[in-house]
Design a protein around this ligand. Structure first.
Ligand code: DI6
Ligand code: FE
Length: 409
């Protein structure tokens, strides 16, 4: 298929190119040239003489920006379904973690898996997301917790991007949990992270951002600060798993470092949210983890709205707290559990998810000049994407103008 001159006709557009709305444009068309959106507008105003080499009839469907899953731990080996059973019988996530399960059990399985095994385990997860119109995907390391395995995870993430055509952004998350060999020596482990692991990841160009898990069962704010300082010294943007189970001031710390995003933030204070607003830090809400852990403390959505903090939504795809490969389901849960509006939810997986990855000038909206990352849906209105669940109306998708899913033209 020619990447140049692709005209998509007979569609309605939800451009997400305005704050707080769908950006509806009915009876529209969109032209892709050299992988970017070259023109969009009412089909009746289609200019003459466009260099069309390929045409798609959208049959009255809706064209949106390709979906962006901006927080995943997609690459791992093994399964934690036995822990799911334990939790159903009353064990808490923290108890399981402290008894050597949780993240560390995935670390054991992941360390034992070579690159081919990790690719094979992770590919179906990526494919499931891709079938639902995901065109950009963030993937974190964090199940290696030693230099060799952390780098392997990031290499696999890069490979998945290359082979699938999905735009993959990596986050270096070695400060995810304390590896068992460092028990009682968390500061020594942080030394290793900043002195050896991060430099090694940077040497291979494997990290697009740096993340940490700032939590009682993770790392303290002081340890997180050291990781952030190392990231800053290398010019890498930061993100943070912040205030998921308790308020350690993680979101404020993230804001202090101008973080791209603070994620989870169920327990963040209003002062932290004000700091996020000042810093331009995006909130990433993760309804899958909230649901799976049967949390009851809701993220402070009203405060985020009041302070004008952009809200993104993501799967948090991981084997423990959100074994989920449906971003569309997160749209639904963002509305039912967190009371987002359907338009906020769609912005959360497009416009604002792009911001959470620092990609707001590249994708996440339909606008001339941005990458042609597109998803075509057989729905009456884009709010159907949030209303329905267990339903995938994605007809076709493109990343950088290249067809990812859907019938060949
Ligand atoms: N917070 C999460 O939701 C995931 N990691 C994190 O820091 C959970 C990861 C896991 O349980 O494997
Ligand atoms: Fe996470």
């Amino acid at each position: 298929m020619n990447r140049d001159g692709l005209l998509i006709r007979k569609v309605h557009l939800a451009t997400l190119d305005e704050a707080g709305g769908w950006g509806e444009l009915r009876d529209a068309a969109l032209l892709v040239q050299a992988g970017r959106i070259a023109w969009l507008g009412p089909e009746a105003q289609l200019p003459d003489g466009l260099p069309v080499t390929d045409e798609v009839d959208g049959q009255g469907g809706w064209l949106t920006p390709g979906l962006i899953d901006c927080h995943t731990h997609l690459v791992w080996a093994g399964s934690r379904s036995a822990e799911f059973e334990q939790r159903l019988q009353g064990a808490s996530y923290e108890e399981i973690a402290r008894a050597g399960g949780g993240i560390v059990s995935t670390v054991r399985a992941t360390r034992a898996a070579d690159e081919a095994a990790l690719l094979a385990a992770s590919r179906p997860r990526l494919e499931a997301l891709k079938r639902e119109g995901v065109t950009t995907l963030e993937i974190k390391s964090g199940y290696g917790l030693d230099t060799e395995t952390e780098l392997r995870l990031l290499r696999v993430a890069r490979r998945l991007g290359e082979e699938s055509g999905v735009r993959v952004r990596t986050s270096f998350l070695a400060a995810h949990a304390l590896p068992p060999e460092f028990r009682g020596r968390a500061d020594d482990y942080i030394d290793l992270v900043v002195d050896e692991m991060l430099p090694a990841a940077c040497r291979e160009g494997l990290a697009d951002a740096v993340d940490a898990f700032c939590e009682g069962i993770g790392f303290s704010p002081a340890q997180t600060r050291r990781v952030f300082e190392a990231a800053r010294a290398r010019g890498l943007p930061v993100k943070l798993h912040a205030d998921q189970r308790s308020d350690l001031g993680g979101a404020a710390l993230a804001a202090e470092f101008g973080a791209l995003s603070a994620d989870h933030i169920e327990y963040s204070s209003e002062a932290s949210i004000a700091a996020m607003a000042r810093a331009g830090t995006t909130a990433v809400l993760l309804p899958g983890a909230f649901y799976c852990l049967r949390e009851t403390t809701l993220p402070p959505v009203d405060a985020l709205r009041r302070h004008g903090v952009p809200i993104a939504l993501s799967t948090d795809c991981n084997p423990g707290t959100s074994p989920c490969t449906s971003l569309l389901l997160m749209l639904h849960m963002g509305c039912t559990l967190f009371r987002l509006t359907p338009a906020e939810a769609l912005a959360g997986v497009t416009r604002h998810a792009a911001r959470a990855l620092g990609l707001q000038d590249e994708c996440g909206r339909l606008r001339s000049g941005l990458a042609a990352d597109l998803a075509l849906w057989a729905v009456d209105h884009p709010r159907d994407l949030a209303c329905r669940f267990g339903f995938n109306p994605c007809v076709a998708s493109w990343a950088g103008g290249r067809r990812l899913t859907g019938p060949a033209t």
